[in-house]
Structures are given as C-alpha cells and as structure tokens.
Write a protein that binds this ligand. Structure first.
Ligand code: C2E
Ligand code: MG
Length: 842
C-alpha cells in the first residue's frame, strides 16, 4: 500500500502528549473536519485516527462499512476492541514501537466486525504531531482479505502443480518459445536419460529422432505461432544412450493475460511398449494375411446366413472362380446340389452354438463327370468381435478320398477276382438281413466251392489255379442279378447273397450256377473240368443273423460236397457244426477204445486169369444210438478233428489181424486198406506196418495200401519217400479214385506204385457215356504199358463187367461182384468164388 499524504497538517517531528492535549487536538481536528471528510470519507481504504491510548478519534465511511459499527459505537471503542484477540498484542506492540520512536509501521491485522467476519487489513500507521509532540496515530488500512485468499489459492495451486509436475509419471517440461527447456520433471529426465541441467542446456531438436525431427519442429513452431493452443502427436526421441523412445507428445501453449504466447508445456508419454505391441500386431497381422493369402486351403468367412464375407485367393486356383465373384453370395451354391442340404444342416448347427466347430465333407462335380471332394471345418466365431462370422476352412481331399476308397476297396475285395471278400459279404449280409426284416422278405445265402480245384492247383500250379478262379468268379458274377452279391471267401470258396429270394428261387439260381461253373474251362490252352457243390441257407427260417446263415450255408455246402457235388439246402440234422457234431467227435474218440469201429470187407475180384482175390477193408461205426454209420458220416469229421491217423492205425491192425485169421483158416486172401493223405505222411506208418506184418506172420504183398490221388499230391516229396519205403518192404501200393484228380499216368509211373483203381464214377457211366468209356479204356492201356495193375471200381452190372474183361482190366470191384461184407459173411462169399474166376451168377 502506497503512503498517503496525511490530510492533517502535522509537524512530523513534534512529539504529541497524551490526554492533556486531547481537547486541543479535537479542536484542531474539528477545524479540519470538513476537509477531512471530503478527503477520506469516500476513499476505499479505511482511514482512522486514535489517540495514544488507543481510543478512536475518527474513522471514515469505509471503516464503518467494513466493521459494521456506527461511528458512535466506534468512537466509544478502543482500537484493540475490534482487533481479533490474537492480534491485540501485535497492535499494542506497534503502538508501543511507534511511541518509542518508530515513525511509521506497516502491519496486517485481522478485525472482528459486527458481521462476525474477520477481514484482514494491511495498515500503514504513523504518528501525528502537534507542536513537536505526538498526539495521535493515524492508520490507513486496506482490506487485503481477498488478496490473501488469492495468494493462498495461488500458492496452493502452485504447490499442486509442483507436486504434479515433479511426481507425474509422464514427462513434462516447460519450454520457452524458442523451444528451449526451462524446466523438466523427473519422469522426463528418466525417459530421456538426461538430468535437468543437461536438458536445459541442450537444443531439444537434436534429441528428436532424425526421421521425426522436421515434422516435430514444424508442429511445435505452429503451436507457438499461436495457430493452435494444443497439439498432440507421436514422435521418437533418442535417449542419451542412443536408444529410441516412442512418445506421445502433447504441446500446450501458455498465454499471458493479453493473450500473447508466453511459454509451452510439453508433456510426453513413453508409448514404446504400445508401439511395439502394435507393430508386433501389424507384423503378425501381415503374417496371417499372407498366410491366408498363400495357404492352399480355402478360408472363407460367412455371415450367419451362409453368405460369403471374405474368401481367400486360393479359391481361385482350387475352385476356378474369382474370390470376388463369391462375396455376398451363398457359399453353398458352389457345392454339389445333393450335398447342400446336409452341409447346410451342419452349418445351421454350428451357427446355433457359439464357439461350435464341425467338419463336413462335400463334393463338387469336375469336368470329367466325376467328383472332387472337399472337407470343410466350420467354426462359429460370430460372437468374436474380431471375426464376427463363421470361419470355413475348406480343403480338397480328392486324393485322400480316392486312396481311402482304393484302400477300402482293397480291404473289402479279393485281389484275384475283384469280388467282394468275406468282410464285405458279412456287411452286405447284415444289411440285407435288416432290409429283409423290415420288408418281411426272405433271403438266401449260397456257399459254394469248386470240386477238385485243389487238384488243379497242385497239379498245374497256382498260376493255373488262379486263372481258373478268375474265370469261375467271372462266370458267377455273370450268372446272377445286379442286386445279388458274389463274394470270394478264400481258396476255391465263394458265396452268393440273394436278397428277396426264397427256397425255390435259391435252388434255381444254385442249379444255374452249377451248370455255369461246370462247363469246361480253358486255361492257357488246357481244358479243365471242375464241378461245384453249393450249400443254401435261408433267412429267416434257418438263421436270423449273418453268422448263423454263413455257418449253415457252409454246412449245407459240405453236405452237397459229400453227396458228390450239386446243391443242398441246409437242414438241421445235417449240421456238423451243431452240438451233435461236437458230441460225435467226442464219441468217435471213445469209439476206437470201445471197439465200435468195425470193418466190412468188399471183395476185389480178378477179372482174368487165376489171380488171388482180396478184400478192401471199409470202416463202419457201430454207433450205440445211430446204428451202423457209413464212412462219409464220420471219416471227414475224423479227418477234421485229427482222429483219422489213430483210426487208420486201428483199421490197419484190425485188417491185418483179420487177414492173419483168414490165413490161419486156409484162406490166402489179401487185404486192401484205405490210407488218408495224412496217414501216408505219418512217419510211424512203415514201422507199424512192418511190425504188424511180422507179428501176424503175413507176407508183405498180402497188404495193399490204397492212397487217393489227392493224398499223394499234398506233399509229393514226403509221399514219395513213404511210398518208396513201403514199396521196398514189399507192400502193394494202389492209387485210389484214379481219374478224379489231374495226375497223369506218366507222373504216377515215377512213383513206386503197383496198381491204379479207376474211380467208380467212370466205371458206372462207361457203358452210357462214350467219354467215360474212352477214359476207362485208355487208362487200362496206359497203365498196362507202364507195368501197372488196373482195378475197376463200381461195377454194378454185367455189361460193364463184360466190357472190362474185354479191355483186359485186371481186377474188378462193385456191388455186382460183392457188397462190403461183415467179416462173418466173408467165408460164405469166398466159397462162391470158384478158383479165382468168380462167377457172380454161381
Ligand atoms: P473208396 O476207397 O473208393 O471205397 C469204395 C467205396 O465205394 C465204398 O464206400 C463202397 O461201398 C463203394 N462201392 C463199392 N462198390 C460200389 C458200387 O458198385 N457202386 C457204388 N455206388 N459204390 C460202390 P464206403 O464204404 O462208403 O466208403 C467210402 C469211402 O470211405 C471209401 O472210398 C474210402 O475213401 C473211405 N474209407 C472207407 N474206409 C476207410 C478207412 O478205413 N480209412 C480211410 N482212410 N478211408 C476209408
Ligand atoms: Mg478205396
């Protein structure tokens, strides 16, 4: 507050006394009252006087206004009465000091007003003199309450700014208008790596990254030129250590009251991490983009209705359509129409569940009239804000599909004939059974095998066998309808599945197949004949499931085979796989010990000359419940269950024993014993025979061993060795069933055999069938040329017998000459056999 000239004529150096001069003073002042009033009454400052004791002498209007007291009230008061208690001492001290010689004093004092508030006055006080004497004090006080408040507020805001400035996490600096740093906070220093001093003394533009410098300087200039008060941009700084820091800079312009730019505040935030993340994001986005653009899969994004939002460029190369052409278009239109409903329903399921993913396959027709196959993985990312669609990852799987199909074909088909194999048959049979159950229709399953195929294989080799099977397979396929299935089960076994076919239909088809398959085959210039045996099992009456039907068809086939080929429909009593069969095997095992296996003897008669007759031992099973069983009812069973070897031993020993008995009773007849193929391979056989012959004292040539062609051929080497051994012992060797296999006589002649036995099938027909007659005749001739004896089996009538005699057949066997006889009947038969030449009529 400036000093105001005193309105009172005073003599500054004159000391003023106290009370004694009061009156005097008053009068003086009264004289000046008018002027006093005029001068001070209306100033804004509070002007007052008080005597040296502190009693108010005068106060102007501003004082009254400020204190709220009336002039009278104030005139009756002392100064200290309106000073706040804390300041009373200060006020008194001021007065004391002035009286002690201090001419003026300036101090601040808070008042207590009548309004109850506490305005603060800054008071300039001085002594008033009269006649060199101080007589009063004059005070001019200015109300500084508002100023103090503003100052305090300023201080506070300054403090607040300081603490923000210093403690801010972002870098702040104040710059002059040339861009020099005036001050910087700690965060700024830390961010740039310079201390406060260095920042103030450095040209900040040199700290800018060279790439950003020009732009940043320009923007800063524009700001200080006042174009804008505020600017924000991202720029890079170089730290003291040379590294780069990305910052987001905000520049604000500070203006003076007149609006002139004063300074700049620069705030900088380190956004390196964010920039890095962004860049990484951009990089990875670019990477993904290029991945998707270059991937061989088709990546498509569809909306919930299946319309294409995006489709990757691979679409062009795979689909042959421009990706753009598909945008906004229904994705499913690109598929094979037959697949669309299925794919759409999968798509709908995926759309219906957030996050769901499903794989679906579909086709697209290709130009060659075939298909290309695709696999689409559909993922519902509709709720993913980044994607907002269903992602379809489509890839071509044509190659995979083809090789799968090839593999499947391979797994389900027989490589040789290309026919379905057992697995596929089983599958089709299952399906056919289900369909038949649904539609209440029958179905038939045929099992068939080629008779004598094994012989072809063994005689001419697998190559021929394979060719024969291929031809057979082709014939079979040609013989049936398209809805039927022909399968090769393995070896020479086939199956035919006839849907919607009953007993009669099946039998007709089977007969047709028998005819078709038994026509001669031409393989590599050779004409081959094979027959076939077919077994039929019928659904539903003979089996409700694939397994049962297959087993029963097999059983029936076996039955057909046993009866010499042709067709057999399954019937339960034939079922060799049934429990009865199991029981039978058990019983057969015991039958040997129980001596239930007995021998019948069928005469083998010399047709010319005085040769010795002999008897073929034929085994029978005297079954306790079933009665007398013929070999075909149990020999195959014995063969399958491995019992045939011990049965063979039993028969041998019985036959030789019988032969010895006959010898002892003067009947010098030989025995012929049938030997199974396996029996011949029994290493103990020659020893057993040698022992039995010597035990019974029989010459070895009393025994003839009959071995079938097939038995010989199973393992020619072993057979040969066994035959040589037996032959060397002197046992006679005969080839049974000759003609049913494919052995040639010249082959057989290399074996040490003595005799061949022409199969009865030829002999039975030889008078009716010229072919058979030729076979019989040429066989006899050839055999004789090779030095072999010939037996004709199956002589049932006189004509045949006569014809065989004409052909010089050595021996004959058959019902005409003698049926297989129980041992007790042999002597009476022999008595009718006169002197070697047997006369059946006699
Ligand atoms: P195989 O060796 O060919 O025996 C001859 C079969 O022909 C006998 O049948 C006999 O009864 C039958 N037979 C004889 N003459 C005639 C005829 O004029 N017309 C017709 N239609 N048939 C005639 P069987 O006794 O039922 O024997 C069948 C087969 O069983 C035999 O055929 C033989 O291979 C086998 N077999 C019999 N006994 C034994 C044996 O002890 N061991 C072995 N391994 N097999 C045996
Ligand atoms: Mg025989």
């Amino acid at each position: 507050m400036g000093t105001t000239d005193s309105p009172i004529p005073v003599e500054p150096d004159a000391p003023v006394g106290k009370r004694p001069v009061e009156e005097e003073l008053r009068s003086v002042l009264a004289g000046d009252a008018r002027r006093y009033d005029e001068l001070f009454e209306h100033t804004n400052d509070v002007v007052y006087t008080h005597d040296l004791a502190g009693n108010f002498l005068s106060v102007n209007q501003a004082g009254l206004l400020l204190t709220g007291y009336s002039r009278d009230e104030l005139m009756a008061s002392k100064v200290v009465d309106i000073v706040v208690p804390e300041h009373v001492e200060l006020a008194n001290e001021m007065i004391r000091q002035m009286l002690a010689g201090r001419p003026t004093a300036t101090f601040q004092v808070a008042l207590m007003t009548k309004h109850g508030d506490r305005p603060v006055l800054e008071v300039n006080s001085r002594l008033l003199y009269r006649g060199g004497r101080a007589i009063a004090l004059q005070g001019i006080g200015r109300d500084i309450t508002e100023r103090l408040r503003v100052e305090a507020a300023l201080r506070e805001s300054e403090q607040r700014f300081r603490s923000v400035f210093d403690g801010a996490a972002i870098g702040i600096m104040r710059l002059d208008l040339r861009g020099n740093c005036l001050e910087s906070n700690r965060a700024m220093q830390a961010m740039l790596g310079y201390d406060a001093e260095e920042l103030t003394s450095t040209d900040l533009s040199t700290l800018l990254h060279p790439d950003d410098r020009a732009q940043a300087v320009e923007r800063f200039r524009e700001t200080i030129r006042g174009r804008r008060d505020h600017d924000q941009f991202e720029l890079r700084y170089l730290r003291k250590d040379g590294s780069v820091v990305w910052t987001q800079a905000t520049v604000s312009l500070g203006r003076d009251v007149a609006g002139e730019p004063l300074f700049c505040i620069g705030m900088m935030q380190d956004v390196s991490q964010r920039r890095e993340a962004e860049q990484a994001m951009q990089r990875s986005e670019a990477r993904f983009r290029s991945l998707i653009q270059n991937i061989s899969d088709i990546i498509a994004l569809l909306d919930a209705n299946g319309r294409v939002l995006y489709i990757s460029p691979s679409f062009q190369s795979i689909w042959g359509l421009s990706p753009e052409a598909l945008i906004g278009v229904d994705f499913f239109l690109a598929m094979h129409p037959e697949d669309v409903p299925r794919v759409r329903s999968v798509f709908a399921a995926v759309v219906g569940t957030a996050g769901a993913a499903r794989t679906v396959e579909f086709r697209r027709p290709d130009r060659m009239g075939g298909y290309r196959y695709f696999e689409a993985i559909m993922s519902n990312l509709l709720n993913d804000p980044e994607v907002g669609g269903v992602v379809i990852n489509t890839r071509e799987i044509t190659d995979r599909k083809r090789s799968e199909e090839a593999l499947k074909h391979q797994a389900l088909h027989d490589a040789l004939t290309e026919l379905p194999n057992r697995t596929l048959l089983q599958d089709r049979l299952d399906q056919a059974i289900r369909a038949a159950q649904r539609e209440r229709t029958p179905l038939a399953l045929l099992f068939l095998d080629l008779d004598r195929f094994k012989d072809v294989n063994d005689t001419f080799g697998h190559h021929m066998g394979d060719r024969l099977l291929q031809q057979g397979g082709a014939r079979l396929r040609a013989a049936i309808r398209a809805v039927d299935t022909v399968a090769r089960l393995g070896g020479d076994e086939f199956a035919v599945l006839l849907p919607a076919t009953g007993r009669e239909g099946a039998q007709l088809v089977a007969e047709k197949i028998v005819l078709t398959l038994s026509a001669p085959y031409n393989v590599d210039g050779l004409t081959l004949d094979v027959g076939t045996s077919i077994g039929i099992a019928l659904f539903p009456e003979q089996g409700q499931d694939a397994g049962t039907l297959m087993r029963r068809a097999d059983v029936a086939m076996y039955v057909a085979k046993r009866s010499g080929g042709g067709v057999a429909v399954y019937s339960a009593d034939q079922d060799l796989h049934s429990r009865e069969r199991m029981l039978l095997i058990t019983e057969l095992r015991e039958a040997i010990e129980q001596r239930e296996l007995i021998l019948h003897f069928q005469p083998v008669v010399a047709l010319a000359g005085k040769q010795q007759a002999c008897f073929e031992a034929l085994v029978r099973w005297q079954h306790p419940r079933y009665g007398l069983m013929q070999p075909d009812q149990f020999v195959p069973l014995a063969e399958q269950s491995g019992l045939l070897v011990s049965i063979g031993h039993h028969v041998l020993s019985e036959a030789l024993q019988q032969c010895a008995t006959w010898q002892r009773s003067g009947m010098e007849v030989g025995v012929a014993v049938n030997l199974s193929g396996r029996g011949l391979h029994d290493p103990g056989l020659p020893q057993l025979i040698a022992r039995l012959l010597s035990e019974h004292g029989l010459p070895p040539n009393r025994l003839t061993l009959e071995i079938t062609e097939a038995g010989l051929i199973t393992n020619p080497q072993v057979s040969r060795e066994a035959l040589v051994l037996l032959h060397d012992m002197g046992v006679r060797l005969s080839i049974d069933d000759f003609g049913t296999g494919y052995s040639s006589l010249s082959q057989l002649s290399r074996l040490p055999v003595d005799e061949i036995k022409i199969d009865r099938s030829f002999v039975l027909r030889m008078m009716a069938d010229e072919n058979d007659a030729v076979i019989v005749r040429s066989t006899i001739e050839l055999a004789h040329n090779l030095g072999l004896c010939v037996v004709a089996a199956g002589i049932e009538d006189e004509n045949t017998l006569e014809r065989l005699r004409q052909l010089s057949c050595d021996f004959g066997q058959g019902y005409l000459l003698g049926r297989p006889l129980p041992v007790g009947d042999v002597p009476s038969w022999l008595s009718g056999y006169a002197g070697g030449r047997f006369d059946p009529t006699g």
